[in-house]
Design a protein around this ligand. Structure first.
Ligand code: GLU
Length: 296
């Protein structure tokens, strides 16, 4: 019998996985195993312009070399489907979007990226803790404007962020706090391309899949603050959080798929065994050989 702990692996199939992802997923799997919990694999494949079927397949294959999950796109389970694109087709996100609309939390936003950037410049908006510029308040619309929409379809909607401090306890970092409206501004709930944003879909799915602890990289700390606002607006039970340190290359830059940093596949092709990769990814202090191998 498993315990009540439910953890998850939630890769986005936008590229081949690299050791930075693996190190987070190994920590997630270890924390779940320590609690004799259930591990869920959820494919976060909503962004049609960036996700590819070959990366979807590869992420299942690559992670399958290192760890086991009990529910997922390949295994099924009580919360299927485990691909967000399939969940979107089944309208799973719609009632939650409607709740945000009815609660007066979101507004339709028709500003182009260029208009947003011009306003940010005009108003001298400074980068927040992750270097991102907040959405300018001057471009906000009234939340009542969303009431005329039955469905989001191909219309963008933003969450109106209150000017308040958002604090949470992280199981790794301790107490964390961000200031809404300063550290981050109104964020997307639904994109003009017709799909839910990461922040929105991840909250709905973590809640529906009964996830009790979200283990993710430290780069998503600010996202967790945004997501806490969504849990509150949607009246969903809040899981615990554990943010993992990021693996960095030898110039101190974090690994990112988009930068084409060295992948797990390429390490295997270069003769690294799965055991050695896993050991290096889980080492207390960064393994210099791994850092060198992935910095090329
Ligand atoms: N799918 C997200 C990513 O690959 C991770 C989501 C999360 O852990 O919340 O960056």
């Amino acid at each position: 019998m498993g315990s009540g702990y439910r953890g998850r692996l939630a890769p986005s199939p936008t590229g081949y996985l690299h050791p930075g992802h693996l190190s987070t997923f190994l920590i997630a799997a270890r924390r779940c195993a320590e609690q004799k919990g259930t591990l869920v694999f959820r494919m976060e494949d909503l962004d049609r312009s960036r996700c590819r079927p070959e990366f979807d397949r590869a992420s299942l294959e690559d992670l399958g070399l290192f760890l086991e999950w009990q529910e997922g796109p390949d295994l099924g389970g009580p919360h299927k489907p485990y691909r967000q694109s399939e969940r979107l087709k089944r309208d799973i996100y719609l009632p939650f979007w409607q709740k945000l609309r009815d609660g007066g939390w979101i507004y339709p936003c028709n500003h182009t990226r260029r208009q947003i950037q011009a306003k940010q410049k005009e108003q001298g908006i400074r980068p927040g803790p992750t270097g991102e510029l907040s959405f300018p308040r001057a471009l906000r619309s009234d939340v009542s404007a969303s009431l005329k929409y039955q469905r989001p379809e191909n219309q963008a909607f933003r969450f109106r962020v209150p000017d308040e401090k958002i604090e949470f306890k992280d199981n790794h970092l301790g107490s964390v706090a961000y200031q809404g409206g300063t550290d981050f501004g109104d964020f997307l709930i639904w994109s003009v391309e017709g799909y839910p944003s990461y922040e929105f879909a991840v909250v709905v799915d973590d809640a529906l899949m009964g996830i009790t602890e979200v283990v993710r990289g430290e780069d998503l700390l600010l996202s967790t603050a945004r997501q806490l606002l969504l849990y509150r607006a949607l009246e969903l039970e809040i899981p615990e959080f554990y943010h993992c340190p990021l693996l960095r290359d030898d110039s101190g830059e974090r690994l990112a798929k988009r930068k084409g940093s060295s992948t797990i596949r390429s390490l295997l092709e270069r003769g690294w065994s799965a055991e050695r990769i896993a050991r290096s990814c889980m080492a207390e202090s960064p393994d210099p050989e791994l850092i060198q191998a992935i910095s090329k």
